[in-house]
Design a protein around this ligand. Sequence first.
Ligand code: FAD
Length: 416
Amino acid sequence: MNGPVSIEVLKQHLIDPEICIRCNTCEETCPIDAITHDDNNYVVRADVCNGCMACISPCPTGAIDNWRTVLRAEAYSIDEQLTWDVLPAQGTTAADALRAGQAGGNDAGAGAAAEPAGIEVDTVRGSTVPPWSAAKPYVNLYTHKAPLRATVVGNYRLTEASTESDIHHIVLDFGTTPFPVLEGQSLGILPPGTAPDGRAHHARQYSIASPRDGERKGYNNVSLTVKRVTQDYQGKRVDGVCSNYLCDLKKGDTVEVIGPFGNTFLMPNHADSHLLMICTGTGSAPMRAMTEYRRRRRLKGATGKLMLFFGARTQEELPYFGPLLNLPKDFIDTNFAFSRTPGQPKRYVQDVMRERAADVAQMLRDDSTYIYVCGLKGMEDGVLQALQAIADQHGLAWETLWPKLKRDGRLHLETY
Ligand code: FAD
């Protein structure tokens, strides 16, 4: 006679490779390192995931929210998941037969365990909810399988020709097909061609730099701020696939677009809300979108304050420098930080925030202030430390303020 067979059922957490835009948000968010990736896919280790759900709402596309009921002994390994181009269908294994009885029969939102753990996790550094008054975003209207073709109607270099940093302002027009966006959202670009393994290139994500009513008001277009990648993070010479493709596009060329993405890094809609924006380089894209929307709305009575801290190596490498200088001081309080100006000490955004501590503290004290941080990954620690120092110096205990900001959808971090 055969021995007993294990029938322990697992709701296995999986990531949909067709929708995932490889932004790394889930891997960063996971408090127990259950998520990993290779050049192809992001995957979840079934033996580590505890179903805490911390990764679900930060995912900009919803690719993270996929579950399959399997026998624990037959859980998909990460080696298998790394080879997938599509998720496996829910099978017809013994696990299915047991599904209704043992796992609750609900595909959505369960954890890796048969019963979701529902653990309260507070390891995420920023908000995983939008501001209460943010407009409702559309996400995933266009996918890898059904992308939207947009026409390039503008592409020009933002940084001075004398600098190494080649950042472009690119305007894409959608013609008569709707592509509704909100400030703070992003889209995906499908670069043509294939990767060395013969698979189609995966999509790259770019923040939208224009307001919801168009780069040109009333037009069905968006703008992007794209930096040409010519070196990898170690400084080795590379030609980034998508950034070079985009920066080389000519007016009239067409590109495949997916998205929009993002449902938390959004701006508040109430007129008296304040925006504290901190960015470096192309991290200025969402700040440009929000600032321009507020500029357009200001004419209709928006009263909240705008304060911007913007960092780059030099003034010549800072996108949108000229236009920012033209904005009235009583509309936006702009503060630049340059880290490589010859003959000047290095200044980073966090240094300038500390110099303006009293004004930053005044904003932190106000429950109508919403904070946005976008740009290089390396800036996050410095900015959070500066916020902490400023809060503590001004009697605003950071240890209680920080969780409150996160809970209230008032601290948004997007670094890459
Ligand atoms: P790849 O071919 O993917 O990479 C080539 C090599 O360069 C790899 O080794 C890679 O590790 C390395 N590399 C990739 N990016 C960089 C980098 N920035 N610096 C140094 N080395 C790098 N980019 C923008 O330009 N503007 C945006 O508004 C923008 N918004 C983003 C928003 C989000 C939420 C995320 C996750 C990313 C965003 N990015 C943005 C980055 C963008 O998605 C691409 O990663 C970037 O353009 C590089 O893609 P690539 O195909 O050119 O390089």
